[in-house]
Design a protein around this ligand. Structure first.
Ligand code: ATP
Ligand code: MG
Length: 511
C-alpha cells in the first residue's frame, strides 16, 4: 500500500477548524468586505495610509511593548521557536559527535544564528566530546557518562532559532516598522492604519476568539496636540456612523502620565489595602500586580467599594489636566458625543493620558468594539527616538456581530443576470453576452451545459438572480433577446445594445 493511502475499513478522519478559529463564509464575507472597504475609504479621507506588517514577530517585541505581566503576554500568546526541522533535539540514539557537527554546519549555512554565544557553546560541546572520547579510551564508564551529561547541558544553551510569536495586536509591529524604516524622516505625524488577523489563546465564547480580526490606526510622531487625539476619535466615530453601527457609546478618560500616574496608583493601592478583605480573589491579587485593573472589575459585590475609591481625574498633574480638558473641548468642536468614565483604564504600562473605549449594542458582555489611547513612550521603549503616539484597535468580529444583530449587515446576494441558453448558436452568443455583461460590471451566471428553459429558470430562481436572459436559436437569429424579470415574471425583448442600456438604468435606479 502506498504511503498516505487509507485502509479500507478505516474511515478517513474528518477535520474541523481549531477551537477558537472559524471559517468566514459567504454571504457573510460580503459584509466583511463592505466593512473593510468602508475603513479604507473613511481612513483615506483623514489622510491615513495602510501598512501591512507581518503576522509573526520576535516574541520579545510583544513582551517588551505589551508588558510581560499582562495576560496577553504571560498566557495568551501563540509562541514558538523558529528551529530548523533537521535540528530537533537529539534523540537517545543520536551520536553526539554527529549532532555537534550538524549544528556547526547549520550555523555556517545560516540556518541557525551564528552568534558569539552559540559559537562559544559549540566550542564547549566539542570540549566535552573530547573529554568523553578520552574517558572512553581509558574505559572510565562513569567519566564517559559525566562528559555526556555535560555535553547535553551545554547543548541547552544553544539558541537554535528565534523565539517568535503570532501577533496578539499590531501596535508594536507598527512602531517597530516606524523605527526600522526611518519614518521619523517623513513629514510628521505619520498616520497609518492596518487590518488583519490577531491571535490570543483565550477562552472562546461569543465575540471572543483565538484568531480574531482588528482594524486599527496609529498616529506617530509630531506633537501630542489634543486635536490629534480628538481627530483620531472622530475618525472611528465617522467610520461607525458610516456603517450605521447601533448603540454606539464612547467612554473617555485620562490616565495621566509618568509623573502623576505612579502617585495615583500608590494612593489607590493604599486605599485598596484598607478594604482588601471585602474584595474578591482577583482584585486582591491585583492590589499588588496592577491596582488600576481593580477599577475594571465587573464583580457585583465590589461595585459599592469601587465607587468610593479615589479618582484619577482628581490627581492629574497640571499638564495632564490641561491636555484632558482640551481633548474634551476638541471633541465637542467636532460634534463627538462622549461619556467620561473614570474607571476606564488600560492594563498596559505604555498607555498615558487619553484613553477611550467604544461599545455597541447586541454583544452581551463582550461589548467593547474599540479600544484606544495615547502611548507616547512606546517607540522609545522599542529602541527608537522619543516619539508621540496615539491609536486604536477595532474588533472587527464584534463590529460585524453587532451590525448583524441590529439588521445593518444586509448584503446584496445572488446574480444580476442568469443566462438561459439552448442550442449551439445560442451557446456562442451566450458566451459573448456573458463577457460583455461582466465587462459592464454585472454579475452573470452562465450554465456550463445546456439546460431546458424550464430547468434553467428554476435554477435562476434558486440563485436569487434578478433577471434571466433567454437565448434560443430563434432569439439569436432575430437579434432580439428576451429578458425576464424574475420578481414579477414580466418579459420584454431587446436588441443587444438596448439590453445593456436597460440593465444599466435599472441598476442605477436600485442603488
Ligand atoms: P477585552 O476586554 O474585551 O478582552 P481587550 O482590552 O483585550 O478587550 P484590546 O487589546 O484593546 O482588547 O483590543 C481591541 C479590541 O479588539 C477589543 O475592544 C475587542 O473588540 C477586540 N478583541 C480583543 N480580543 C478579542 C478576541 N479574543 N476576540 C475577538 N475580539 C477581540
Ligand atoms: Mg482581552
Amino acid at each position: 500500500m502506498s504511503e498516505g493511502a487509507v485502509k479500507k475499513e478505516e474511515k478517513p478522519r474528518k477535520f474541523q477548524a481549531i477551537r477558537g478559529t472559524r471559517d468566514l463564509l459567504p454571504p457573510e464575507t460580503a459584509v466583511w468586505n463592505r466593512v473593510e472597504q468602508t475603513a479604507h475609504e473613511v481612513f483615506g479621507t483623514f489622510g491615513f495610509a495602510e501598512i501591512r506588517p507581518p503576522i509573526f514577530e520576535l516574541t520579545e517585541l510583544f513582551a517588551r511593548s505589551i508588558g510581560s505581566d499582562t495576560d496577553i503576554v504571560s498566557k495568551e500568546m501563540f509562541a514558538f521557536e523558529d528551529r530548523p526541522s533537521e535540528l530537533s533535539p537529539p534523540g537517545p540514539n543520536e551520536i553526539p559527535d554527529d549532532y555537534t557537527e550538524a549544528i556547526q554546519k547549520s550555523m555556517d549555512g545560516g540556518l541557525i544564528p551564528s552568534t558569539p554565544s552559540n559559537k562559544r557553546t559549540v566550542a564547549a560541546m566539542r570540549q566535552k566530546l573530547a573529554e568523553l572520547h578520552a574517558a572512553e579510551d581509558k574505559r572510565e564508564t562513569q567519566e564517559v557518562e559525566n562528559a555526556y551529561l555535560w555535553w547535553a547541558f551545554e547543548l541547552q544553551d544553544l539558541k537554535l532559532g528565534d523565539a517568535l510569536a503570532l501577533r496578539p495586536e499590531a501596535t508594536a509591529s507598527v512602531c517597530r516598522a516606524y523605527v526600522e524604516h526611518g519614518m521619523q524622516q517623513l513629514p510628521q505625524p505619520v498616520k497609518l492604519y492596518y487590518m488583519g488577523p490577531m491571535f490570543r489563546r483565550e477562552r472562546p465564547q461569543k465575540g471572543r476568539y483565538r484568531q480574531f480580526y482588528q482594524i486599527g490606526a496609529e498616529v506617530l510622531g509630531g506633537s501630542d496636540a489634543p486635536a490629534i487625539d480628538a481627530e483620531v476619535i472622530e475618525m472611528v466615530m465617522t467610520f461607525f456612523d458610516r456603517l450605521e453601527l447601533q448603540g454606539v457609546q464612547l467612554d473617555l478618560n485620562s490616565i495621566g502620565c509618568r509623573e502623576c500616574r505612579p502617585k495615583y496608583v500608590e494612593l489607590l493601592r493604599a486605599e485598596l489595602v484598607k478594604v482588601k478583605d471585602n474584595l474578591g480573589a482577583d482584585s486582591q491579587r491585583r492590589i499588588e500586580t496592577n491596582p488600576l485593573r481593580v477599577l475594571d472589575s465587573k464583580l457585583e459585590t465590589e461595585q459599592g467599594i469601587i465607587a468610593t475609591l479615589p479618582r484619577i481625574a482628581d490627581h492629574l498633574c497640571d499638564d495632564c489636566k490641561t491636555h484632558y480638558a482640551a481633548v474634551k473641548h476638541q471633541l465637542e468642536m467636532r460634534g463627538v458625543i462622549y461619556r467620561e468614565n473614570w474607571r476606564l483604564v488600560r492594563g498596559l504600562d505604555y498607555y498615558m493620558r487619553t484613553t477611550f473605549e467604544i461599545t455597541a449594542q447586541g454583544l452581551g458582555s463582550q461589548n467593547a468594539v474599540c479600544g484606544g489611547g495615547r502611548y507616547d513612550g512606546l517607540v522609545e521603549l522599542l529602541g527608537g527616538p522619543a516619539t508621540k503616539g496615539i491609536g486604536f484597535a477595532i474588533g472587527e468580529d464584534r463590529l460585524i456581530l453587532s451590525l448583524q444583530e441590529s439588521g445593518k449587515a444586509a448584503v446584496q446576494q445572488g446574480r444580476d443576470v442568469y443566462i438561459a441558453w439552448m442550442g449551439e448558436h445560442a451557446r456562442a452568443t451566450a458566451i459573448r453576452a456573458a463577457k460583455d455583461l461582466r465587462k459592464a460590471g454585472f454579475s452573470v451566471e452562465l450554465p456550463p451545459v445546456e439546460l431546458k428553459f424550464g430547468k434553467a429558470l428554476g435554477q435562476a430562481d434558486k440563485l436569487g438572480a434578478k433577471y434571466a436572459l433567454i437565448l434560443g436559436d430563434n432569439e439569436v437569429a432575430e437579434g432580439l433577446w428576451t429578458l425576464k424579470t424574475l420578481a414579477d415574471g414580466s418579459q420584454a425583448k431587446f436588441t443587444e445594445p438596448e439590453l445593456l442600456e436597460h440593465l444599466r438604468k435599472q441598476k442605477a435606479l436600485s442603488s
